[in-house]
Design a protein. Structure first.
Length: 276
C-alpha cells in the first residue's frame, strides 16, 4: 500500500486528527493541502496551517498551507482551485473540519447552532462540491479518487440526540453526505466513506471540553492508519461505508492496538458518541 504521488486536500488539518492523517500520507511522499482557519498561533490551541505544513514537509510530503474559512463558499472554491493548480489535480478529499458544542437545546445559542451547521454540514457539502470536477478527472485517469468524512454511523436512537441535539444533527449531516454522495458519485468511480473512532481521541480541541478524560482514549494515529487503509482500497468497490477505526484495522489483521493508547495499559476506554 502506498499514497505516493497522491494529491490530497484536507479541511481543518492544522492539528489533531487531520494533521495525523496528513503526516501518515506525507511519509509516502504525498502532496497535501491543509485548508484551515488558523494562520496565527492560538494560545489555547497549538498548531497553525504553517506549522502543519512544516511537519508535512519534514515527514517527506509536499505541503500547501491555505487559510480558509469554511463558512465562506468563495474561500472554499478558491482554496480547492489553488490546491488543484499547485498539485495538478486532487485525488483525495478529507472533510475533517468540525465544530462541536455539547449543549442541550435551551443552552445552544443561535450563533453556536449556525457555526456547527456552517462548518460541519454546509462546509462538507460545498467542499465536496468544489472538489468534484477534480475528483472526476482523477477517476477518469484511474487515480483512485476518494472522499472521506470524519463522521459517525447514522443511528436514530434517541440517546444520541437527547443531550446535544444540535451537534448530533450537524454531525449526522456530514454522514448523510456520505449516504447520498456515495451513490451519486458511483458513476464517476469516486468513493465516499465515513470514518469514526471507537474511543475518544486525544486532541487539543477535546481537552477544552469539560468532563471528557482524553487520558482514557486513543491517539489520533489510529484514525490516520485507518484512513490510510481506506485510501488504498479501490474507489469503485469501497464506497458508502461507515467505518469504525478498530473494526477497519481488524479487517486488515491489526488487532493489537496498545500503541494507540494515550495511557499505556488502558483497558476501560472512554467510548465516543454515536456507537451502539
Amino acid at each position: 500500500m502506498t499514497l505516493a504521488g497522491k494529491r490530497i486536500f484536507i479541511t481543518g488539518g492544522s492539528r489533531g486528527i487531520g494533521l495525523a492523517i496528513a503526516l501518515r500520507a506525507a511519509a509516502d511522499g504525498a502532496s497535501i493541502a491543509i485548508a484551515a482557519k488558523t494562520s496565527d498561533p492560538n494560545p489555547k490551541l497549538p498548531g497553525t496551517i504553517h506549522t502543519a505544513a512544516a511537519e508535512i514537509e519534514a515527514a517527506g510530503g509536499k505541503a500547501l498551507a491555505i487559510q480558509c474559512d469554511l463558512r465562506d463558499e468563495l474561500q472554499i472554491e478558491a482554496a480547492v482551485s489553488q490546491a488543484a493548480e499547485a498539485f495538478g489535480g486532487i485525488d483525495i478529499l478529507i472533510n475533517n473540519a468540525s465544530a462541536i458544542n455539547l449543549t442541550r437545546t435551551d443552552a445552544t445559542p443561535a450563533k453556536r447552532f449556525d457555526l456547527m451547521f456552517d462548518v460541519n454540514v454546509r462546509g462538507t457539502f460545498l467542499t465536496s462540491q468544489a472538489a468534484l470536477p477534480h475528483l472526476r478527472k482523477s477517476g477518469a485517469e484511474g487515480r483512485n479518487p476518494h472522499i472521506l468524512n470524519l463522521s459517525p454511523p447514522l443511528s436514530m436512537k434517541p440517546i444520541w440526540f437527547k443531550n446535544h441535539v444540535a451537534y448530533t444533527m450537524a454531525k449526522y449531516g456530514m454522514s448523510m453526505c456520505v449516504l447520498g454522495m456515495a451513490e451519486e458519485f458511483k458513476r464517476d468511480g469516486i468513493a465516499v466513506n465515513a470514518l469514526w473512532p471507537r474511543t475518544v481521541i486525544d486532541t487539543a480541541a477535546l481537552q477544552m471540553i469539560p468532563g471528557i478524560d482524553a487520558l482514557a482514549g486513543r491517539k489520533p494515529e489510529i484514525l490516520a492508519d485507518a484512513a490510510y487503509i481506506i485510501f488504498n482500497r479501490p474507489s469503485t468497490e469501497c464506497t458508502g461505508n461507515f467505518f469504525v477505526d478498530d473494526e477497519l484495522l481488524a479487517s486488515e489483521g491489526i488487532t493489537d492496538l496498545e500503541k494507540y493508547s494515550v495511557t499505556p495499559g488502558t483497558k476501560d476506554f472512554l467510548y465516543d458518541f454515536f456507537l451502539d
